[in-house]
Design a protein around this ligand. Structure first.
Ligand SMILES: [Zn+2]
Length: 530
């Protein structure tokens, strides 16, 4: 098997031994250089940008920098009112310490926000919610697996008590075996349970979920931001939907106070009976401070050269925002976001320059979208996908750049193609990765749901085939190194392991892939459902 594989690799190399690029394309490709990438990245990740948080000054400076570059390259403004800026309407809510959760069972037990539980969703108006409880195992309805935790269950106006995760199975045909399916995602559970008319859901986490809980805690913090539209929406339709997630210790305490043997229930969940939890109610007090603000996406267009195909688009995207200023770590409180995602933004700008350099422009148009508020839950791209400034049904592909250039050593020579199995964009990018001398890697950590965790997802939800090339994390060890810098002030040039040469090759691969797709006769195709 191995032999066949290496033979195949050789054949693939051979077919590219004669350079398939025109002189024009070769010279455009050469404009993707270490110096250019370094100039963009050094500026964008500087302390002066104050971590580029959506709604903050540093984010606006970065947005202006990007717009200036777009202008220099002669891109057509595709934001609001003939500008490069599309104003994304946001609302942020800062949860106050009065927020608490009380279980009234054998005796009242109080849980404190932050130390005992987080809020994944909560009402945007201050409120006290007192409800009955109903138990629904994992809180999943999955027709394709013939699985339903809500069968014959009335959850209307109740709080549904569920466990984190999904049914565990060695069978890859059942909830994707030991990988996580979409049903394990809190976002999926939250939407599905809302639709059933429940007042909310309360998630219990077992010690196995301690890592995910910590991740969620970093991600949510005390503040959540949503699109302003969601605010209006949630007030009119789901005014009281609340979705607390208890940490493993609090979960055990909660379970034992309603009379469960927590450890026993947790391991035999699919065998447990669903239904009303007798003699128990919860009371959840939510108090938050809200602020309304705007933050810009930066959007520019390079028109295609074919009179017909110019009406179709290849979208290149990268988020330029990051998480701003947080609690100091070793005396540093500015999250520079060098890899996340000054790296992708630099590649976006340099790829735009390469496209602008082409004497013969690609047949289809190239739309460049620098997204804001990705770190708030992919909000800038969500807003763009819902309020596009081009005909999105004519967008044939999205290549999204998020965290590239990270490299544990100069020997790294790979690119991770997150989502390479969803569409034929996978094969296209694999081809150009090999062409520039990179090894294309599949997503080695599907349980991390990377495909759903960056801006490409919002385009794919609208039917646009998308792919999200990322740093070549070649092993679990590489990934563990990255986690030491992820969303920390140490994600800064000079601290985070980084290679500008790898970034250059990755940016070249992205440019060539986009160029190929923009000129190809056939449009990318979906290979499997989202
Ligand atoms: Zn990112």
């Amino acid at each position: 098997m191995k032999k066949i594989f290496s033979l195949f690799l050789c054949l693939t190399c051979l077919s590219f031994s004669d350079n398939p690029l025109s002189e024009d394309e070769k010279s455009a490709l050469q404009s993707i250089q270490v110096n250019t990438l370094k100039a963009h990245l050094t500026f964008l990740q500087d302390d002066l940008m104050e971590g580029r948080e959506a709604g903050e000054r540093g984010n606006l400076i970065a947005a202006n920098y990007i717009a200036g570059e777009f202008e220099k390259l002669g891109l057509i403004p595709k934001g609001d009112g003939g500008s490069y800026f599309q104003s994304v309407k946001l609302v942020s809510a800062h949860i106050q310490p009065e927020t608490k959760l009380t279980l009234n069972a054998k005796k009242p037990v109080q849980f404190a926000f932050d130390s005992d539980f987080l809020l994944y969703n909560y009402p945007q108006t201050d409120t006290v919610i007192k409800k009955e409880l109903v138990f629904a195992r994992y809180g999943i309805t999955a027709p394709e697996y013939n699985y339903d935790d809500f069968k014959d269950l009335d959850v209307k106006d109740k709080i549904v008590v569920i466990f984190a995760g999904e049914p565990i199975s060695a069978d890859s045909g059942f909830f994707m075996g030991n990988k996580n399916s979409k049903y394990a995602l809190l976002s999926h559970k939250s939407k599905a349970i809302k639709r059933l008319g429940a007042a909310g859901a309360l998630v219990l986490a077992t010690p196995e979920h301690a890592g995910s809980y910590k991740f969620l805690s970093n991600y949510l913090g005390h503040r959540t931001v949503s699109l302003n539209r969601d605010y209006v929406h949630s007030n009119s339709e789901n005014s009281d939907f609340v979705f607390p997630v208890l940490n493993p210790d609090a979960s055990k305490q909660f379970a034992e106070n309603i009379g469960w043997k927590f450890d026993e229930v947790a391991v035999s969940l699919t065998k447990q009976k669903t239904g009303t939890i007798k003699n128990a109610t919860v009371e959840i007090t939510v108090k938050s401070n809200r602020r309304y603000f705007d933050s810009p996406n930066v959007v520019g267009l390079l028109e295609g050269s074919d009179p017909e195909l110019t009406k179709e688009y290849v979208i290149l995207s990268a988020h330029f925002d990051h998480i701003g200023i947080t609690k100091p770590v070793d005396g540093d409180s500015i999250n520079n976001g060098a890899t996340d995602n000054a790296s992708g933004t630099s590649a976006l700008l340099n790829a735009a320059e390469a496209f602008a350099k082409l004497k013969i422009k690609p047949k289809r148009s190239i739309l460049l979208v620098a997204c804001t508020a990705e770190e708030k839950g992919l909000l800038g791209s969500k807003f763009y996908a819902e309020n596009p400034t081009i005909d999105l049904s004519k967008a044939i592909a999205n290549i999204n750049m998020d965290v590239i250039g990270f490299a544990t050593s100069e020997k790294v020579s790979s690119i991770t193609l997150v989502g390479d199995d969803y569409t034929t964009l996978g094969a296209t990018m694999q081809k150009w990765a090999r062409f520039v001398g990179l090894t294309p890697l599949p997503d080695l950590f599907p349980e991390q749901n990377f495909f759903q965790r960056s801006d490409n997802y919002n385009f794919s939800v609208k039917g646009v085939p998308s792919i999200s090339p990322g740093a070549g994390t070649e092993s679990k060890a590489d990934f563990d190194v990255y986690l030491k810098y992820y969303h920390k002030p140490s994600d800064q040039l000079g601290k985070v392991p980084f290679s500008f040469n790898v970034l250059r090759l990755q940016a070249q691969c992205i440019f060539l892939s986009a160029l190929d797709v923009a000129n190809a006769q056939e449009k990318p195709k979906w290979l499997k459902k989202l």
